[in-house]
Design a protein around this ligand. Structure first.
Ligand code: SF4
Ligand code: SF4
Length: 182
């Protein structure tokens, strides 16, 4: 959008207005895409190769959707890094966003993701994302990516006592990665 760039999220719109649907077959799509400078930075910087040339993206390779997969496929787990919700690198490198204020990174302790102490996140990422299981699964991978051996007790606790099979498997994998430095 002209005044705020493209780094924003639309969570919901309730309206009775009629819109022209934006698809690759219509003019509304063309006019928005003409604003792209075709500099290729987003494609070059995307860590997963999800962007394939002008206006083409493979959503299933984007870390935003990859990190919602349980468990995160092994070829992507290191690429998640310490990002909680996708990576947005394509947005932050885009020169069309350079003139717009960005809120910057929001740091949150990994330990709280593992223990489920996440209530303060509801205001910043919304109640839909701020669910204990959802964030614990991400925290488990992030703990391994960040080589946080100090979190081994929390990971072992999840592996031993979580009622959730996905959490058990993910924590077992994270413990293995931390103990073998992989
Ligand atoms: S959010 Fe990250 S992984 Fe997804 S398309 Fe952008 S740069 Fe690639
Ligand atoms: S970084 Fe922005 S301007 Fe450059 S190709 Fe990607 S979307 Fe277009």
């Amino acid at each position: 959008m002209d005044d705020i760039g493209s780094l924003f999220h639309i969570l919901a719109i309730i309206t009775d207005a009629e819109f022209e649907y934006c698809s690759t077959e219509n003019k509304a799509y063309d006019s928005r895409m003409q604003e792209c400078l075709k500099c290729g930075l987003c494609e070059k910087m995307c860590p997963t190769g999800a962007i394939k040339g002008f206006a083409k993206i493979e959503p299933t390779r984007c870390l935003r959707s990859v990190s919602e997969t349980n468990p995160i496929p092994s070829q992507y787990e290191k690429l998640v890094g310490n990002h909680l919700l996708g990576c947005d690198i394509c947005q932050t490198v885009c020169p069309k966003n350079a003139l717009h204020a960005m809120s910057g990174a929001y740091a949150f302790p990994i330990k709280k993701l593992l223990t489920g102490d996440i209530s303060e996140l509801k205001d910043s990422i919304g109640v839909n994302y701020a669910r204990k299981h959802r964030l614990r699964m991400k925290g488990i991978t992030i703990a391994a990516n960040m080589k946080r051996k100090d979190l081994l007790p929390e990971l072992r606790s999840i592996m031993d006592s979580s009622p959730d099979a996905d959490e058990k498997r993910a924590s077992e994998r994270a413990i293995y990665r931390l103990e073998t430095d992989t």
